[in-house]
Design a binder for this molecule. Structure first.
Ligand SMILES: Cc1ncc(COP(=O)(O)O)c(C=O)c1O
Length: 392
């Protein structure tokens, strides 16, 4: 008898997280899994310190501490321009990761189709399998990662229950234009389907691009399940705090799934996180300015050493083209994964192989992130110069 379920065998562990483990093993600079190497805002740390002795230390209400749900509802109200009920429309989860799987499990029956843009954040593949859904991939076409809306319509026509939109997109850095979202939204309404959005990088958008929240578009609130997170916005990826906001009927379903999956997110961290949501608007402007500088530093650094890359419109990721390396005799037959493993060992920089984000056969891209201090990025670029020298 096979001891492991078909479901568990249908996907591999996360390549992103695997690269972090290999990176740690070799003491490389980890530009693979996206998380910052700098501290969260002081206000949040002070709040956490207070919580240590004042509590809470027991379970919060399973769908999220009331004060955090209230704060999240107020935040979302400002974005979507309508009232959001913290009792029925907000669910606090263990990161956007859990929000996404709860969203998928709330709306999908086994065999339901769900559209996913490719490249995609690798979790969505596993989310679809765990929810029993069958993905229909819609290519995002470089260099701007545009897409053919006719394929989206075709997907809905074939019965897709939902479309997943990562906006801004990991790994390609695409920021969906309002017109693109309106076109997708109109189809979702016409076919009475859902849009599941993953908006964890909502503040990491670089001029001239701006982030549009799908749920804020006319008629879209009832058709959108917004998944989001405190991880990236407040540099607290280890706190595992995210949320899902949407129509009450869906959130009620997601609450049940969440309850039996995790019972709830960590109560003391939820309490401290309320402070994060009270930070002034200037915090978000400074965050954007900080990442704009890091992006500039990274992209000009890559240009200087001669590595070809895309220009991310948002997020803190950049895709580097490794085609020229793979043409060298020493890398003959290498997959992008093998190339990344070699890079960790020989160059001392960890990246994620692009193939883990694509449905199509793609072997020529690797993803680096720049959520690192300038000193670390300088050292990483110095090491990458050794790599670039191979193709000069
Ligand atoms: C697009 C996207 N969604 C979700 C996550 C995970 O977010 P969380 O830490 O809230 O689970 C990540 C992390 O890299 C991500 O890139």
């Amino acid at each position: 008898m096979r001891r492991v379920s078909d479901r568990a065998e249908a996907f591999t562990d996360s390549v992103i997280r695997r690269m972090t483990r290999i990176s740690d093993e070799y003491g490389a600079i980890n530009l693979s899994q996206g998380f910052p190497d700098f501290d969260p805002p002081r206000e949040i740390l002070d709040a956490l310190e207070k919580v240590v002795y004042a509590g809470p230390h027991q379970y919060s209400i399973t769908f999220g501490a009331k004060n955090l749900r209230d704060a999240l509802a107020r935040k979302h109200e400002k974005t979507v321009g309508r009232q959001v009920d913290p009792e029925t429309e907000v669910l606090v989860t263990c990161g956007s990761t859990e929000a996404m799987i709860c969203a998928m499990m709330s709306i999908c029956n086994p065999g339901d189709k769900v559209m996913v843009f490719s490249p995609f954040y690798e979790n969505y593949g596993a989310d679809a399998i765990l929810a029993g859904a069958e993905p229909i991939y819609i290519p995002l076409v470089p260099p701007d990662y545009g897409f053919d809306i006719r394929l989206v319509e075709q997907g809905f026509r074939e019965g897709a229950k939902a479309i997943i939109i990562c906006n801004p997109s990991n790994p390609c850095g695409k920021v969906f234009l309002q017109e693109e979202l309106e076109a997708i939204g109109a189809l979702a309404v016409a076919y009475d389907a859902f849009v599941v959005t993953d908006e964890v990088y909502e503040y990491l958008v670089y001029p001239p691009y701006t982030h549009t929240c799908m749920a804020s578009l006319p008629g879209m609130y009832e058709h959108t399940i917004t998944c989001n997170s405190l991880s990236k916005t407040y540099s607290i990826t280890g706190w595992r705090l995210g949320y899902l906001i949407g129509p009450a009927e869906i959130v009620e379903a997601a609450k049940k799934i969440h309850d039996f999956l995790t019972v709830g997110a960590a109560a003391p961290l939820q309490e401290a996180a309320v402070t994060a949501l009270q930070l002034p608007d200037s915090y978000y402007e400074e965050l954007r300015a900080l990442y704009t500088r890091k992006r500039e530093y990274m992209l000009t650094g890559l240009d200087r050493i001669g590595l070809k890359h895309n220009i991310p419109q948002g997020t803190y990721f950049v895709l580097v083209d490794i085609r020229e390396f793979l043409e060298l005799p020493q890398f003959a037959g290498y997959t992008d994964l093998e190339f990344c493993e070699w890079m960790i060992r020989e160059i001392g920089v960890a990246a994620v192989p692009g193939s883990s984000f694509f449905h199509e056969e793609v072997n020529h891209l690797i993803r680096l992130h720049f959520a690192r201090s300038e000193d670390t990025l300088r050292e990483a670029l110095k090491r990458l110069e050794k790599l670039a020298a191979l193709i000069r």
